[in-house]
Ligand binder design. Structure first.
Ligand SMILES: [Zn+2]
Length: 279
């Protein structure tokens, strides 16, 4: 072996040893770029709105407060988007507005239709409206419009959906309760995965049937009641046709094209009354 060949072999050997380390190093700037290219998506969570300041509580803010929130978001450069746009960004790389925000409302209450939707419409914005199907059904069967507690009817949901002011998503058909040891749609300790799967599937079958009957698009987003879920939940929901799920965790989401797993546990900031906007 000539001196040159020996030197070359030694060089290759060193290179072979160093390359994995160098390779990792070389990837870091790429990762940093990907992180920069990711989109921060804050999600706000509201429940009830009221015009009576005496009724304000942990889950109720005034209509005036909500209107001010929308103005503040607009002033900060945010644009409220639909979850369909978020899915298109993550699944297909379609661009989102520069500062997207999701304005979500849980529990399907009628005040969304009466108070929130007109304010959202004035900005050309949309709210993601999570409905409990069995409650919607109850209020669709009676003529009870007490805004302190009433839920939207299926007809109201269809109007919101058609008008583009409400993107209607699932808050389960009838799992919004703590019953027999089950918290919302979470798995009970010791329950088999098959049994758990069948509970979620049966509940969802009723929800999907009702959505179809009301002429609403099939739900693609699942909002866990009380934010409770289990390790087995995301996969089961994906099998049922869901492409995203909301939890309750007051943190920012960073989304990147291709990272569909992140969609199955989207964090949200609960909007508490009488305190500054969390974003
Ligand atoms: Zn709820």
């Amino acid at each position: 072996m000539s001196k040159t060949k020996k030197a070359l072999t030694a060089l290759l050997l060193v290179a072979a040893l160093l390359l994995p380390m160098l390779g990792l190093r070389a990837l870091e700037p790429v990762r940093a770029t990907a992180a920069r290219e990711g989109v921060e998506l804050p999600i706000l969570m509201y429940h009830q709105l009221t015009k009576d300041a005496r009724l304000v509580n942990e889950f109720t803010v005034t209509v005036d407060q909500f209107a001010k929130d929308l103005d503040a978001l607009a002033a900060r450069g945010y644009t409220a988007v639909r979850m369909e746009q978020v899915l298109a960004y993550v699944e297909q790389g379609k661009p989102l507005p520069e500062k997207p925000v999701i304005i979500s409302f849980d529990d399907g209450l009628e005040t969304f239709s009466v108070y929130a939707a007109p304010l959202l419409k004035a900005k050309g914005w949309v709210g993601v409206f999570a409905v409990i199907g069995s409650e919607t059904d109850k209020f669709s069967a009676v003529d009870d419009h007490h805004l302190k507690y009433s839920s939207c009817t299926w007809a109201q949901l269809k109007e919101l959906s058609d008008a583009g002011t409400g993107e209607i998503v699932s808050h389960t058909w009838d799992l919004h309760k703590n019953k027999n040891g089950r918290k919302g749609a979470a798995k009970i300790a010791g329950e088999s995965e098959a049994a758990y799967r069948s509970v979620l599937a049966q509940d969802d079958e009723s929800q999907r049937a009702a959505f179809a009957h009301a002429g609403l698009p099939a739900p693609t987003v699942y909002v866990y009641p009380y934010g409770e879920y289990s390790a087995a939940s995301p996969k089961i929901l994906q099998e049922l046709g869901y492409r995203a799920a909301f939890i309750c965790d007051a943190r920012m989401n960073t989304l990147r094209p291709g990272d569909t797993d992140a969609l199955m546990a989207l964090k949200r900031y609960i909007r508490k009354p009488n305190c500054p906007l969390p974003i």
